[in-house]
Design a protein around this ligand. Sequence first.
Ligand code: 8X3
Length: 253
Amino acid sequence: MTSSAAGSPDQARPAPIAVVTGASSGIGEATAKTLAAQGFHVVVAARRGDRLQALAAEIGGTAVVVDVTDPDRVDALAAAVAALPGPVRVLVNNAGGARGLAPVAEADIEHWRWMWETNVLGTLRVTRALLSALIDSGDGLIVTVTSVAAFELYQGGAGYTSAKHAESALHGTLRRELLGKPVRFTEIAPGAVETEFSLVRFDGDRQRADAVYAEMTPLTAGDIAEVIGFVASRPAHVCLDRVVIRPRDQSPR
Ligand code: 8X3
């Protein structure tokens, strides 16, 4: 694993900045640690301030409390990033998740609204807010953590799969619209990763969440973070468009 994403050490230059949303736990937290170890100044963004502060202190980064569904907080994130001295090189759109597993006929509209607000509109808001800074850095990278649900369907999953399909479409469309600009795009599409994902989906029901990962060895947040670190440490002309990562024990649907 190359660990020189931030370039060769140069004490005179401020560290390049990486912004990670949904950074208070799971894939976001692990990614923040990986990018910090590669020399980025990492801005960790999430709703849970206490966990963010502890993470920022641990990795020497900056914590910004942000709910990606709140436009004012996203503006505050952009302002906090703009106040830092380094170039804005990396954005990891990781905030999002699933709520419920109800069939379409019994869909909970509020669950759907939350999934579309966080995964789709949240990614849109944060990406738009940081886009010029990423381009202006001369070598920007936008990583969007979608899911295998971005291209697969399963019973009970329509709220989540439709949101992840849309998030993937948003990311892929922007990649096409910005062709020729100095910004790369990578979609990371994980399968089963044991994080708080299923606990959130099942509203804190630990037994139901644990059952998702029973009789298999799921991926860990660190497995995904390692790949994002690899993506972020490629040279400026190399773009990994989409990386699909599943546990050996999970087959495509
Ligand atoms: C979740 C992927 O395979 O656990 O994003 O449903 S899976």
